[in-house]
Structures are given as C-alpha cells and as structure tokens.
Unconditional design. Sequence first.
Length: 72
Amino acid sequence: LRQSGADINDIDGARVTTADGWWLLRASNTQDVLVARAESGDEAGLARLKAQIVDQLQQSGLAEPSFTASAH
C-alpha cells in the first residue's frame, strides 16, 4: 500500500489514507472480530476502499468480509 502512495498509520490498527478517502481495520475491544470502517466522498471511491480491505485480508489469509453500511 505504501508503494501506491497511501499514507498508513498503524496505531490502534491500520488506518490507510488514499486519494479516495480512508479505511481503518482493527480488532474489536468487545468481540472476537476485526472491525473495518471506511469513508469516501462518493460511492465509487468507497467501493475502491472496500476492495482494498478485501485484498489486504485475502493477502493475510483471512476470509472475505461481509460489509454492513452505517451512515453517520
């Protein structure tokens, strides 16, 4: 990801910032799950961010996630 120009912060999980927006992947404090959050200015950017999350999880040998939408 860094090679593609993404800014990565690995404090309390992995927060990746790209031209499309940002995504965060971290362990839940209350459940035995990974939590992913992503924010983009448009639907196409959000789709690209979600694809990056899926790609990173698959490269780590984890199953493809199921996403639920939550707008704030």
